[in-house]
Write a protein that binds this ligand. Structure first.
Ligand SMILES: [Fe+2]
Length: 333
């Protein structure tokens, strides 16, 4: 490689940041110059404004190129594009094909959450995410029959798992809460928001750690403290109340991060709300693929969960089994 080329590559490697190909392709065009990495270093993939087709996406996925790169300075262009799209769809949710609009909204919410993970101090993005989530909850409460279909569509987007897990687990939680018929709409809204933002502390964990199966004890410690970190990030920005903050701080007291799954039966911490929230989180995680493991069948996951909760919470577990059978029947229709 010549000296000029070497300098150019060095400059690119200092300035480029990774973005998921699915994030990029959801725009339909290149909002800024896009790069890819090959054996010859960073190469320009598409210039700004270039149309991105389904064939282009297929070709990248066949090559197992899951990420592209953009300049750090262009990240704001990228973020502004998604903010604007999310605002637009949130404002006009019930205009025309509402279920189509809501699916689009959940896709944008997931991508936009990924951007908050990259900059959790961004107040404008956090507030937009919060307002859009509230609109989404209102829509589902008025159109409950769409819940399984929405869950399925979020699964099918196939975004990076840390970005899609909050929405999937919150949709699952909402289904469980509605199924119990003991929570009112306001309680469901607060628990959905609690569940959705409980993992935002993951923003402090480097993304590459989520790709590894074997973590160092320090890396495990940072991941384990994400509940407390979520509270720090949300403090003074999204206020949910003390009870919900306690749920966020303790939502991993069962800790499945180090494969030592154990539900702690402290009734003070493990109110039925925390129990359902933790169960929805675990079921969603176990039944989804991770870069380092395959997904587990939902009924296998349920069987596993049975060993943890059914002796102490038999009624709740019965409700859960009934809900899951109904939910998965409608989801696969
Ligand atoms: Fe979590």
């Amino acid at each position: 490689m010549g000296a000029f080329k070497l300098l150019e590559q060095n400059n690119l490697s200092l300035n480029l940041i990774p973005v998921g190909v699915k994030e990029v392709f959801a725009t339909g065009f290149a909002p800024c110059p896009l790069y890819y990495y090959s054996d010859n270093g960073y190469q320009l993939y598409k210039d700004q404004g270039h149309k991105l087709s389904k064939e282009d996406l297929r070709e990248l996925l066949v090559r197992k190129s899951w990420i592209l790169f953009i300049s750090f300075d262009d990240f704001i262009i990228f973020k502004n594009y998604y903010r604007e799209q999310l605002r637009k769809v949130t404002r006009s949710l019930s205009v025309g094909n509402s279920i189509g609009n809501v699916k689009k909204m959940t896709n944008l919410l997931t991508i936009h959450l990924g951007m908050i993970y990259r900059d959790p101090t961004d107040d404008e993005s956090l507030s937009l995410q919060y307002q859009s989530i509230k609109t989404l909850i209102g829509f589902i409460l008025d159109n409950k029959k769409y819940l399984p279909e929405l869950y399925k569509s979020v699964e099918e987007f196939g975004h990076f798992y840390t970005y899609s897990q909050p929405l999937l687990s919150s949709l699952m939680l909402m289904g469980i809460l509605l199924h119990t018929q003991i929570f009112n709409n306001r309680e469901i809204e607060l628990l959905f928001i609690t569940s959705y933002f409980k993992d935002i502390g993951m923003a402090l964990v480097p993304q590459e750690n989520y790709l590894k199966q074997n973590l160092t004890s320090q890396e495990k410690k940072t991941i384990k403290s994400h509940g407390q970190n979520s509270l720090k990030i949300l403090s003074g920005r999204i206020s949910l109340g003390q009870n919900y903050n306690t749920i966020i701080a303790n939502h991993h007291i069962h800790s499945h991060i180090d494969d030592n799954i154990k539900l702690v039966s402290d009734k003070e911490i493990m109110g039925i709300e925390t129990l359902f929230l933790a169960i929805a989180d675990m079921l969603t995680a176990m039944s989804s693929t991770r870069p380092y493991r395959k997904s587990m069948d939902i009924f296998e996951s349920l069987k596993y969960l049975k060993t943890l909760v059914s002796s102490e919470y038999p009624q709740e577990f019965k409700i859960l089994v009934h809900f899951i059978s109904k939910f998965y029947r409608s989801k696969t229709k």
